[in-house]
Ligand binder design. Structure first.
Ligand SMILES: NC(=O)c1ccc[n+]([C@@H]2O[C@H](COP(=O)([O-])OP(=O)(O)OC[C@H]3O[C@@H](n4cnc5c(N)ncnc54)[C@H](OP(=O)(O)O)[C@@H]3O)[C@@H](O)[C@H]2O)c1
Length: 266
């Protein structure tokens, strides 16, 4: 299906209160679309809603909480045929290997995997109603390209995004027969509140507005895999083709370098 977002569409987006989600939301509002916007913090969502109150419905929720999400189902139903659900809410918690804690792994998996899976439970019936009327319906899952290489401290984040990629591609197979597109978005580094606290170099960093532009344009072109920036994702893809022992040596050397940089200087 390639006619996504080319006419006025109804879109549900999670993680709309900051970063990539906020930029996508603002761009879709400018494009004249109708939105249901989700995040935990009502304040930033209200500010965004005030840009076009007649076209933007606020549905604050913690996406890991099934009860919160249940309250969104009627909002989606009353907002018209859901054409696109963009499941973007996510977190990134790094592991300190000297102080290993499975809580870090759990937090990443809970928000990024379980939260997204719970949102699919709400989005799917709405997308199916849309398809039943012969209209296009698309489920978008925001993953990451971070898991394509074993980066230091990213055990929890990378594992959650690897799981999401499998989840999205497997859903794509299952939903193909129903004509529901599943799109996987795999960004490189994007300048957002999430990456502001990163204390390491972020090659090929793009702005959130740039990321939003690439995602919306990829959707409009009918792509099912949207990965950017290309220079970064190609490098990761090439590295991935190397023999595993070589990848392991590179990853260990990068981990050593990063931990040396973090050690306090006497
Ligand atoms: N920035 C990057 O370099 C980068 C790269 C690859 C992939 N990504 C992915 O892109 C997505 C957006 O990231 P970002 O960089 O834009 O981060 P961000 O600025 O921190 O935004 C994260 C968004 O997710 C929402 N969120 C987090 N946990 C939530 C929860 N439990 N329930 C509801 N909403 C929740 C936040 O809203 P509230 O705080 O209001 O709840 C916020 O709107 C994430 O999935 C991230 O993994 C980012």
């Amino acid at each position: 299906m390639s006619n996504r977002l080319t006419t006025q569409s109804n879109v549900w987006i999670t993680g709309a209160s900051s970063g990539i989600g906020e930029s996508i939301t603002r761009a879709l509002i400018r494009g004249g679309h109708n939105l249901v916007i989700t995040g935990r913090r009502a304040g930033p969502l209200e500010q965004i809603q005030s840009l076009a109150p007649e076209r933007v419905a606020l549905a604050a929720a913690d996406t890991t909480n099934k009860e919160h999400l249940q309250s969104i189902a009627p909002v989606l139903e009353s907002h018209g045929n859901l054409n696109v659900a963009i499941l973007n809410a996510g977190t990134c918690e790094y592991l300190d290997i000297a102080d290993y804690s499975s809580d870090v792994i759990e937090k990443n998996l809970q928000t990024n995997v379980i939260g997204t899976a719970r949102c699919v439970e709400i989005a799917l019936p709405a997308l199916r109603r849309t398809r039943a009327k012969g209209l296009p319906a698309t489920l978008v899952i925001v993953g990451s390209s971070a898991w394509w290489f074993p980066f230091a401290r990213a055990e929890g984040y990378g594992a959650s995004k690897a799981a999401l990629a499998y989840f999205a591609q497997s859903l794509r197979a299952d939903l193909a027969g129903e004509g529901i597109d599943v799109v996987l978005v795999s960004p490189g580094f994007v300048k957002t509140p999430l990456t502001e606290r990163n204390d390491f170099p972020m090659p090929f960093l793009v702005t959130a507005a740039d990321a939003a532009e690439r995602i919306i344009s990829g959707l409009a072109k009918g792509h099912t895999e949207i990965a950017f920036p290309k220079r970064f994702t190609w490098i990761l893809k090439c590295l991935n083709t190397l023999p595993q022992p070589l990848i392991d040596r590179m990853a260990a050397s990068m981990a050593r370098k990063s931990s040396n940089e973090q050690e306090p200087k006497e």
